[in-house]
Design a protein around this ligand. Sequence first.
Ligand SMILES: Cc1ncc(C[n+]2csc(CCOP(=O)(O)OP(=O)(O)O)c2C)c(N)n1
Length: 328
Amino acid sequence: MATTTAADKATREEYLQIHRWMCIAKALDDRMHILVKQGRAPFVGSSRGHEGIQVASTAAIGADDWLVPHYRGLANAIVRGLTMKEWMLAVFAKAGDPLSAGRNIPGGCYSYHRLQIAPVSQVVASWIPKAAGIAYAAKLRNERSVVLCTFGDGATSQGEFHEGVNFAAVHRLPVVFVCENNSYAISVPIRLQMANPNVAERAAGYGIPGVTIDGTDVPVCYEATREAVARARSGEGPTLIDAKIWRINSHTSEDNQAKYRTTEELEEAALHDPIVRFVDWLIGRRWITAEEAAEVQAAYDAEASEAADWAEQQPDPLPEDALKNLFG
Ligand SMILES: Cc1ncc(C[n+]2csc(CCOP(=O)(O)OP(=O)(O)O)c2C)c(N)n1
């Protein structure tokens, strides 16, 4: 008879925790869409479809490591410890918003010193050389920290992608570069963005490993990132991971993807929901039942709603603080 080892139990608990984080991200995402429709919140940049690679990659780094995410990285920030209430303070641009004190659009900034999340910028790809810089500093200081840097496929067309990855490769810096390849940069499809759709193949030009993975397959994402983190930590340098995913929602709530994606393509995208796929995987291992998975999601949905109602009642920033901590 098969016995359950302590290692099995640990793995099971890791994957159930990954599932909970994905459900939190979905709950917040869905709630933000409702808030926008109700006219209570201004904007959503959805992570739907990205949760698998975002949660798995961030779960692969430790508390002393750095996250340098792109603006779509809500699920990454959740794994680092951002709470639902904190996120909703940012959504409503409240004074207590720990990310930008109400200055940035939701998702425009995940800067959080306590959680070692470096400030991102709306300027696409500008954070990639910054990630290399943080890793360079860690190396110079003989620290063992690793930097997880995430970006979209569109970002790889920017010069900063080349500058950041090349610098990290030359100096064998401890960075894991993860391209969340949803094959769109707003309305621009990947075929108009790059002649070779496999971003990982560019790694050879930098002399580093490149790995292409199915970014909707959570265990694959987790293992690939853990391997890259181990390489980085042992001084072997950066890895470039190309995680192929499907963007389920429009680029943001300001966009209407029905204008440039066919009905068939949108129906196909909905079939590649990483949460559905991961729940099936967990059920297959008998680590969760369909009913339990639905209960987890429903509990977080309710909590996201409560967090929104609570945050909406919190104080607004003071007008006289508007220019505080800004470069002028
Ligand atoms: C330098 C720069 N150019 C253009 C924009 C406008 N813009 C914001 S998001 C975006 C698309 C980026 O696509 P991608 O990197 O694939 O990430 P995704 O949003 O698909 O996750 C663009 C063009 C910008 N913010 N910065």
